[in-house]
Design a binder for this molecule. Structure first.
Ligand SMILES: Cc1ncc(COP(=O)(O)O)c(C=O)c1O
Length: 426
């Protein structure tokens, strides 16, 4: 049963919630997509690609200017020297994921980083070679895991375990994870979970899963693509071995933007782990002596391979500055209310045309709701698109919507619900 809250279903009420919203000023810091007539669209797709912060241009132009004026000298003499540029991102990023600075590095893209982490943390043996993943993992994660399994000479058919929900649901209960680990724990080398599943929107507890898996001697990693900038994460205390994420969703870094990596402090001196090396993971004090012997930087930075790409990092810095100002706690608090309001408008009034497959419990979801509409198909989705909604459709029958606390409003939630309902009552 979904708990009902004391919301009203009127435009005036939605506007009154916006008036009381302490974060409302952040909406003006973003470019909001419009239709051809200039009307602002309802953008509920921050779970796919976050909007462009207005300050991005200045941050990127600054680097272009320094490149124009300084050429190679920019590595050292740019206003923000490029050589240690990645360090400018670390503190804000660590705050967002609840980690120590030394546990976080921004580098590469998400799937690349997932592979790099598996090089270190997926070490299968004859007895212990399996990987446990959540139900319906994002395809790229599955492809990456399967290819790692094959790379080590095993067969994904045998070595990949995917959690399966009870029939007729999309939901994985914690007891199911306990059951799998108690039966197969000794055979599982690594647990890899998308902490918010991209399809159902279910959020898994990082701390509980980590404790459970560590007790069974498994390595544990999380893909935080749909959790970062969305949930309070506390990675250091929760204790997984690694985590990876992209920044182009809730962190608004732009298409194909940078990825982040967390490696727990217990591996700060990583000498015991296998790893692929590159010159940017080498001791920065002596990097330019260009010596033949690799000496790793301590902490997550030691996993770097290449010199940092300044332009996408500049774009990310612009957005992280907004997160520093807003703070994750305030964002999450607003986010819970936005999503609850949406849930209330869709299913809180004895309407049965919508089935929300995302858990009702706020601790088990982020801002996204995944909605199945009775009798609805892709045409319904196309119709709401024509009516000014940017959401997304996932085969076979799910509309995903993500009201984002940095730039979405309660009024938009109300308008969206009205549009969706009007399209289903035709
Ligand atoms: C959960 C998850 N994993 C992996 C990816 C792939 O990311 P990338 O293309 O940046 O490697 C995505 C992209 O949306 C994702 O949502």
């Amino acid at each position: 049963m979904r708990e009902l809250f004391d919301f009203e279903n009127t435009l005036e009420y939605a506007k009154s919630l916006d008036q009381k919203d302490n974060l409302s000023q952040f909406r003006d810091q973003f470019y909001l997509p419009t239709d051809k007539q200039g009307n602002t669209l309802i953008y509920f797709c921050g779970n796919s690609l976050g909007l462009q912060p207005r300050n991005v241009k200045d941050y990127v132009l600054q680097e272009l200017k320094d490149w124009e004026l300084l050429g190679v000298e920019g590595h050292v003499h740019a206003r923000r020297p490029w050589m240690p540029y990645n360090e400018l991102l670390t503190e804000s990023m660590a705050k967002i994921v609840g980690a120590l600075s030394e546990e976080v590095v921004v580098m590469n893209s998400l799937t690349v980083n997932l592979h790099l982490m598996m090089v270190s943390f997926y070490q299968p043996t004859e007895k212990r070679h399996k990987v446990l993943m959540e139900y319906h993992p994002f395809p790229s994660d599955r492809y990456a895991v399967e290819s790692q399994i094959r790379f080590h000479g095993f067969d994904p058919q045998e070595s990949l375990i995917e959690l399966k929900p009870k029939q007729g649901t999309e939901y994985i209960e914690f007891t199911q994870i306990e059951d799998v680990l108690s039966t197969h724990g000794d055979e599982i080398a690594m647990v890899l979970i998308g902490n918010v599943n991209y399809y159902s929107g279910q959020a898994y507890s990082i701390k509980k899963i980590t404790e459970l898996a560590h007790n069974k001697g498994c390595m544990v990693g999380f893909d935080l693509a749909h959790g970062v900038g969305n949930l309070i994460l506390n990675l250091h205390d929760a204790g997984p071995d690694f985590a990876v994420w992209c920044t182009y969703k809730y962190l608004n870094s732009g298409p194909g933007g940078m990825s982040g990596v967390f490696v727990h402090q217990r591996y700060a001196d990583s000498s015991g782990l296998p790893r692929f090396n590159g010159w940017w993971g080498h001791n920065k004090e002596i990097r330019f002596q260009m010596g033949p012997n690799f000496k790793s930087l301590p902490g997550a930075e030691g996993w770097q391979l290449s010199n940092p790409p300044i332009l996408p990092m500049a774009a990310l810095r612009a957005s992280l500055d907004l997160f520093d100002q807003a703070g994750m706690c305030a964002l999450r608090e607003k986010s819970e209310r936005l999503t609850r309001f949406l849930e209330h408008l869709l299913v809180g009034e004895k309407q049965d045309q919508f089935r929300i497959i995302t858990p009702a419990n706020a601790n088990e979801r982020g801002c996204q709701l995944s909605i199945q509409v009775k009798g609805g198909d892709r045409r319904l989705f196309e119709k709401i698109t024509r009516m000014g909604v940017i959401a997304d459709w996932r085969e076979p029958d799910v509309i995903r919507v993500a009201p984002v606390p940095l730039y979405n409003t309660f009024e938009e939630v109300w308008r969206f619900a009205k549009i969706l309902k009007s399209c289903t009552s035709d």
